[in-house]
Structure formats: structure tokens, C-alpha cells
Design a protein. Structure first.
Length: 234
């Protein structure tokens, strides 16, 4: 049976004992009914994996001793999905969950000309990423940025291979036809009404390659997941 897996950003390599936070303690001891002598896994989301044993099953301040430490290799390449916020928060949270499971390393919520929702709860969205990381048994937590204006990203990005996926007419290839072995790749996904022609032109002027994600028109969150899967699998 797989060991229970928890996230805590406070744990540091080299420690011999550690106190779990109150929320994690409650989940381990009160919800999962774990007791002294049982083992669990901890990660800091930065590649460090700790195998631990409960030595004080206090439901508010559970103490564990470190049995072993493992440093997991980072992803072979960096995949950034810059995606417009959407009106339906549940659908955006679904994207965050699936992108994390797939292996995306960085997520940038975008504010575009046609973005309807301008508010972004970073703390809640990060918790979605943490849950998805643990569920998929990973030790690297994707970097989640604050909401960023599209034109700022376009003008400032230094990523070697960058794409803009849009539905406007014009010359473009399928995303998978462009993917190479670049160590860092970025793709921009627009809002429900797509990017404006001016936004597309500005991106192309800043060396973003225009791409399609298939032969059908996709919802924003679906497009994000498709792009993530394509980039992570090549």
C-alpha cells in the first residue's frame, strides 16, 4: 500500500525531526487515523522527498522523525502555460489540476483584452496545484504567477521557443509540428472570445509562433490542457 503523501514548504533538508502544521496534522491523525510508528511521505515541492515516521500523533502538532531523504530530478524541460482567466472559476481550477498532473512547470494567468474575469485568488489556486501534485505523486510544485497583463508578457518574455494559440484566420501550423528539444517552451492561450487581432500581431512581432491545437474550436481550459499534453509529451 502506498504511503500517505503530504506537502509542507517549511521542511528543510538535513533535519532529523519535524512538526507537521495543524491542518496536515489533523488530516493525518484525525482523518486518516494515523498513529505512532506509521510512515508517511513529505515533499517541499522543490524536489525533496522525505520518508518519515510518526513519533507523536498529536492531532494539532504531529511530530515525525526523518527516516530518509531523496532528491528527485527536476523535469527535463520547462513548460510554461500562459492562459487567460475565465469567468467560470471551476473550469479554471480544472485546468490547473490537469496541467499539474500532466507535468507543467509554470503557469501564468493572463489578463487579455477580452478577459472577462479580472480577479485571481492566488492562495486558493495554489492549493489546487498542491492537491494535484500530491495526487499525481510528484515532488515539484508548478510555479504559479500572479495575474499578468498579456502585453507585458509578450514584451518581456525571453523564452527561446514561444507560441500563441488562436482561432483567427492566417498562416499557422499545428503546435506539435513546431515542438523541438528546447529546454523552455511557452504557449499562450486566450480567453473565451480569443485574442484580438492586435494582440496576435504584437505576439508575432515579438517572435511568438502562431499555432493551432487541432481542427476543432476548444474552450480556454481545454486548449490549455491540450497544449500542456502536447508540450510535455515531446
Amino acid at each position: 500500500m502506498a504511503l500517505s503523501f503530504f506537502y509542507t514548504q517549511e521542511i528543510k533538508p538535513g533535519v532529523t525531526q519535524f512538526f507537521l502544521g495543524e491542518e496536515t496534522s489533523k488530516h493525518a491523525v484525525q482523518v486518516l487515523r494515523m498513529q505512532n510508528g506509521e510512515e508517511l511521505l513529505l515533499t517541499d515541492g522543490k524536489g525533496n522527498l522525505f520518508t518519515t515516521e510518526i513519533i507523536d500523533d498529536n492531532r494539532k502538532k504531529c511530530a515525525v522523525k526523518i527516516l530518509s531523504e531523496t532528491v528527485m530530478s527536476p523535469p527535463a524541460k520547462k513548460i510554461t502555460i500562459a492562459i487567460s482567466l475565465i469567468k467560470n472559476s471551476t473550469r479554471f481550477e480544472w485546468f490547473l489540476e490537469k496541467a499539474t498532473e500532466i507535468g507543467v512547470t509554470e503557469i501564468i494567468p493572463l489578463l487579455c483584452s477580452r478577459t472577462e474575469k479580472q480577479f485571481f485568488r492566488h492562495d486558493r489556486m495554489k492549493n489546487i496545484l498542491v492537491s494535484a501534485m500530491l495526487q499525481s505523486q510528484q515532488c515539484w510544485l508548478p510555479l504559479l504567477h500572479e495575474a499578468t497583463k498579456f502585453m507585458e508578457l509578450v514584451n518581456q518574455s525571453t523564452v527561446h521557443q514561444k507560441f500563441i494559440a488562436h482561432c483567427e484566420e492566417g498562416e499557422k501550423k499545428q503546435l506539435h509540428q513546431h515542438i523541438n528539444s528546447s529546454a523552455h517552451q511557452l504557449v499562450c492561450i486566450g480567453p473565451e472570445g480569443d485574442f484580438t487581432p492586435d494582440e496576435i500581431a504584437a505576439a508575432i512581432q515579438n517572435n511568438f509562433l502562431p499555432v493551432a491545437l487541432g481542427n476543432t474550436r476548444l474552450r480556454t481550459e481545454t486548449a490549455g490542457v491540450v497544449a500542456a499534453a502536447l508540450l510535455c509529451s515531446h
